[in-house]
Design a protein around this ligand. Structure first.
Ligand SMILES: C[S@@+](CC[C@H](N)C(=O)[O-])C[C@H]1O[C@@H](n2cnc3c(N)ncnc32)[C@H](O)[C@@H]1O
Length: 184
């Protein structure tokens, strides 16, 4: 059976290489930050965002334990402010929307900031870049967020980016993800 997380990494690795710049737009416990940090190595850099201090603490600890190179900047701010911090083109961006795993579920990603953040991420794309957005439609905000993101991306020119949706047809409330790619 397909493992969606492995598949996400597979697609990221078709674009991201050592020395590149990457952004984790939803740091959480830092699993995606760790993957990005190890992929871009000492000569690359990863910027990671979260609005919860608990996420920054947990990620800082996890990255140290995992032996990541010191190639990351952990930012306590909303991802829609990315351009205040990231001034260079990015090769990869990851959004893993929803709740911080293990939290009390009072904080989730919200359409009003997720959409501007995706827009900003697209405007920061270097050539041959990829943005991955994982969506969790099993709760009300996640479902609405997924719909708006799909509508927004469906309206973009295919000469600018290619947006592909990967989902499990016979499990409509399961997580799905979207790849946004541009030309090499
Ligand atoms: C599903 S978790 C991410 C999991 C994470 N990538 C990992 O590897 O552990 C979603 C995270 O998005 C964060 N978040 C919610 N709104 C945000 C915003 N506006 N800007 C940045 N992060 C946000 C939440 O605090 C939560 O930690």
């Amino acid at each position: 059976m397909i493992d969606l997380l492995d598949l996400q990494k597979h697609f990221i690795l078709t674009h991201l290489r050592e020395g590149d710049i990457a952004v984790d737009f939803t740091m959480g416990n830092g699993h995606d930050t760790e993957f990005l940090s190890k992929t871009v190595g000492e000569t690359g850099h990863v910027y990671a965002f979260d609005i919860q201090e608990a996420a920054l603490r947990s990620t800082a600890e996890n990255l140290k334990k995992a032996g990541c190179p010191e190639n990351y900047t952990l930012i306590h701010d909303s991802h829609h402010n990315v351009k205040n911090y990231v001034k260079e083109p990015i090769r990869a961006g990851m959004f893993n929307l929803g709740y911080l795993p293990g939290s009390d579920k009072t904080v989730t990603t919200m359409r009003k900031t997720t959409l501007p953040a995706i827009e900003a991420a697209i405007s920061l794309m270097d050539r041959d870049a990829i943005i991955l957005v994982a969506i969790y439609p099993g709760h009300a905000e996640g479902e609405a967020e997924g719909k708006e993101i799909c509508e927004y991306l469906s309206g973009l020119s295919r000469y600018k980016v290619c947006a592909t949706r990967i989902n499990i047809l016979n499990s409509p409330t399961s997580p799905f993800f979207i790849l946004i790619e541009n030309k090499p």
